[in-house]
Design a protein around this ligand. Structure first.
Ligand SMILES: [Zn+2]
Length: 282
């Protein structure tokens, strides 16, 4: 059965018309811009502005003036305004520009590799959520429930209907694709919950945030139950590196969610490129 790991990559844009590529690029830039705006609006500081997350127009955080439609055009507006707000001339973070470019490159790579398939749409959706979660967790240790649960939903949807991440070996053991995501979710959620439970008995406070349980469950629902130990291993290594790199010893919190997500990306590439084929049986 075809899945994302054994899929014969296109590695070409031959199947796209030029006009399609232009529209896809514009769409990706808009998505990048939208992700920056969501990161900003979902951050814990946003409530200070007393604006509605969904309905308020985009505005400059310094002078609070609303952005005109022209100022909302990705990349172009940043370059033509020389990275400054038109009203108050305060500097616009380079991050917005970076995010739009990142989306464009990652998105084009996805279409280049997987062509016009469901795989492309699923990978881009996952990447969109990943990016927002990584930044929010890294900056604020905050993993919004709405995004975590979207990952769980994407996992179930892609595996149940399209077997996207289900390796053929899995069907030697189980015959139902729904179980792949379900076992993955349950194992992910409860393993972290259990670690936290033991930690709480020993140290009398939470060691892991509740958002991490659902996130890890979501990764399980996408990549399946057998991926979880490897993802956690990568996350732990990354977490240790971050811990030692942090200079400020008073706030040595580790953004476990960000580490788990990067761990899952590493897992995906290792499996896709069969790098640890002898070790990763399933
Ligand atoms: Zn301004």
């Amino acid at each position: 059965m075809t899945n994302i790991y054994n899929f014969e990559d296109f590695n070409s844009f031959d199947f796209f018309l030029t006009i399609e590529l232009i529209f896809i690029s514009l769409f990706l830039l808009a998505l990048g811009s939208f992700s920056s705006s969501l990161i900003y609006r979902l951050s814990p500081n946003f409530y200070k502005f007393k604006k509605n997350i969904f309905t308020s127009r985009s505005f400059c955080p310094k002078c609070k003036s609303n952005l005109s439609p022209l100022e909302l055009i990705p990349i172009v507006s940043y370059l033509f305004q020389f990275a400054k707000c038109r009203s108050c001339k305060s500097k616009i973070s380079f991050y917005y520009f970076f995010n739009e470019c990142l989306f464009l490159f990652v998105g084009l790579w996805v279409f280049f590799t997987f062509g016009k398939t469901i795989y492309s749409l699923i990978i881009i959706s996952i990447f969109f959520i990943y990016l927002i979660l990584i930044v929010l967790d890294y900056k604020y240790f905050y993993l919004p429930f709405s995004l975590n649960i979207s990952l769980v939903f994407i996992g179930f949807f892609s595996n149940y209907f399209y077997f996207v991440f289900i390796d053929n070996n899995y069907f030697l053991i189980f015959d139902n694709p729904l179980m792949f995501s379900l076992y993955g979710f349950i194992l992910g959620y409860f393993s972290l919950w259990l670690i936290n439970y033991i930690y709480k008995i020993l140290y009398k406070n939470d060691g892991i945030g509740g958002g991490d349980f659902i996130l890890y469950g979501g990764l399980g629902s996408i990549f399946g139950p057998f991926s979880l130990s490897i993802i956690l291993l990568f996350a732990a290594i990354l977490g240790c590196v971050l811990y030692f790199l942090k200079k400020d010893s008073s706030s040595k919190h580790i953004p476990l969610g960000s580490c788990l997500i990067i761990g899952s990306i590493l897992y995906f590439f290792i499996k896709k490129n069969e790098l640890l084929e002898n070790i990763l049986v399933i």
